[in-house]
Design a protein around this ligand. Sequence first.
Ligand SMILES: *[C@@H]1O[C@H](CO)[C@@H](O)[C@H](O)[C@H]1NC(C)=O
Length: 299
Amino acid sequence: MVFAAGILVTLLAGVAHISASPILESRQSVTAVSTTVVTSYKRYTYYASAAYCKPAATLAWSCGANCDANTGFTAIASGGDGSSTQYWYVGYDSALQSVIVGFQGTEVSKILPVVTDLTFALKSLDSTLFPGLSISIKTHDGFGDAHAKSATAVLAAVKTGLSKYATTKVSVVGHSLGGAIAIISTGYLSLNLPSTTTIKTVTYGAPRVGNEAFVTWVNALSDMTRINNKKDIVPIVPGRSLGFTVTENELHINSDNVWESCPGADNTDTNCIVGAVPNIFSGNTSDHMGPYDGVTIGC
Ligand SMILES: *[C@@H]1O[C@H](CO)[C@@H](O)[C@H](O)[C@H]1NC(C)=O
């Protein structure tokens, strides 16, 4: 691994701050997750993985193993170009009776420069997309911008799905940058959909997305799950010293492939991501794509 000097400075600053601020640390007790619960996430994992497939493939739900694994899905819309706008798709899952929203992520070599770039900062969300939202609620502006690119098209497709399939359930998934977009999308959809809508958000290897005010807001809007694999580096950046924190309900796959439930934010138990990867030098970039219960993310 080769990191630019700026990245090292940022990360080291984060590490120094962590040890200086025990108040930010949380060490509530960690418990192993049952096989039933682990298995219940598999469908979401394939959805997050399918988001790496081209929009034409997800629209036809003919994208190879990821699409084949989730039968009972009917696509509504898809888009993005995989470069300036991450791929996304929206559809309906008849087994979960939920509208599904999937966002494409990135490889570790592409997301690390973004989450460690000193020119990015916490910024209030766009007031047109998030009308009336407090300006104290802030996200990494790179993630906010990435979300904004597909936001209105995704919302229109979700509205179509809720109406066409007479459901109130929406599930938003994504891996890596796609996880960051999924978390911001959770807030956006909640603001712009009927209050009867219930949202479930499942992310894989997602970075820290926003500040405490953002996380408190979005945690209350959704049934959140944040799945992290072994020694993946991405979930520990950007640093807490820069004002970032994480959404609740981390499930961490430890070195023995046991899924552990890590309560609180940034739980420092060694079976949770912050404990397993106390700094970037102890991380392993190979763990970013999984496998998550046997599923390696990608199309
Ligand atoms: C990094 O992770 C990969 C995949 O889990 C593993 O095969 C490899 O041994 C790990 N490397 C180190 C240095 O731990």
